[in-house]
Write a protein that binds this ligand. Structure first.
Ligand code: SME
Length: 166
């Protein structure tokens, strides 16, 4: 309609292809979806919904640092544990180290926090502002070794970009 201003995409365009091609098609769409929005909850909510829609991850979501704990933030998937201490589980370890941690088999990761027995592998990417971890992106899969350097690269790019919009 003449004069209508569309401020966000109504649907994601589904990209079919390799994992890398899906990320390459998805990330610009997430950036368009977030646009000029600065609200943390809104931007994290749409980001994890878009990741879930594109990859059908078992669980994808965020934890944010609040009062020296990671606290559950927007996510898609089954209910999850609410608070994680620094150094605990994969999320707490990623927070402590300020590094991405990819776990091929969660049963082999000492201290892994099992929010669901169905989760078999996991990648956690820290979100930093001025060198300080302010949260993490956590993605879980029901298959062993689901995540590789492609996930790490694109999820890190996404978290760097997101860090200025939350
Ligand atoms: N497995 C995570 C806990 C969060 S859930 O997977 C959503 C961990 O070990 O930190």
């Amino acid at each position: 309609m003449l004069g209508t201003i569309f401020t966000m995409a109504e649907d994601l365009i589904k990209v079919v292809g390799t994992k890398e091609e899906i990320y390459q098609g998805l990330l610009p769409q997430i950036k368009a979806l977030v646009g000029e929005e600065t609200d943390t909850i809104a931007n994290l909510a749409n980001t994890c919904a878009a990741l879930k829609e594109a990859f059908d991850f078992f669980w994808v979501g965020f934890y944010l640092v609040k009062n020296d704990e990671l606290v559950l933030a927007p996510f898609q998937g089954p209910v999850a544990c609410t608070r994680i201490q620094k150094g605990k589980g994969v999320c707490g370890k990623s927070w402590e180290l300020g590094e991405t941690i990819s776990v091929e088999d969660v049963e082999q990761f000492e201290g892994h926090i099992a929010c669901s027995a169905l989760s078999k592998s996991e990648i956690v990417v820290p979100i930093l502002q001025q060198g300080i971890v302010i949260g993490v992106l956590d993605v879980d899969s029901t298959t062993i070794s689901a995540f590789d350097s492609v996930d790490s690269k694109y999820l890190n790019d996404l978290c760097i970009w997101l860090s200025e919009r939350i």
